[in-house]
Design a protein around this ligand. Sequence first.
Ligand code: RTP
Ligand code: MG
Length: 141
Amino acid sequence: MAVERTLSIIKPDAVAKNVIGKIYTRFEDAGLKIIASKQVQLSQADAEGFYAVHKERPFFNDLVKFMISGPVVVQVLEGENAVLKHRDLMGATDPKKADAGTIRADFADSIDANAVHGSDSLENAAIEIAYFFAQSNVYSR
Ligand code: RTP
Ligand code: MG
């Protein structure tokens, strides 16, 4: 299996719940290395740009409003099969449908406030990582 990188965001609801460390521990326990990280308050333009693929979806405005409602923590995770491994750790988009023991089952309240984001493909991971981090701030090891 190939070593991959993926982009993870701890969303405002999970930051407000003070579970950044608990979520980081799940990444590390699964063998994913945090090779870049920052806490940031997204602007409306930042959030709209990041979620541009969802621009035409009915939930777009609420999603942007939620993502700028407080600071987020953004990180690059690196490891074997990182994209899929991270999606598995996150669980289903709707926490009511998420498997027990996943991040969303344990920390998310609703499909809107669902604790975390993760890239859904290797191709999107590269785009999303570049959206948030200069190459010089990603510390592969
Ligand atoms: P994410 O991008 O945040 O990792 O989540 P995802 O891939 O599991 O879900 P996606 O389809 O990419 O949707 C992005 C975010 O929009 C919100 N959403 N709301 N009300 C709805 O039907 C609905 N569908 C999606 C969720 O917060 C989702 O994480
Ligand atoms: Mg998505």
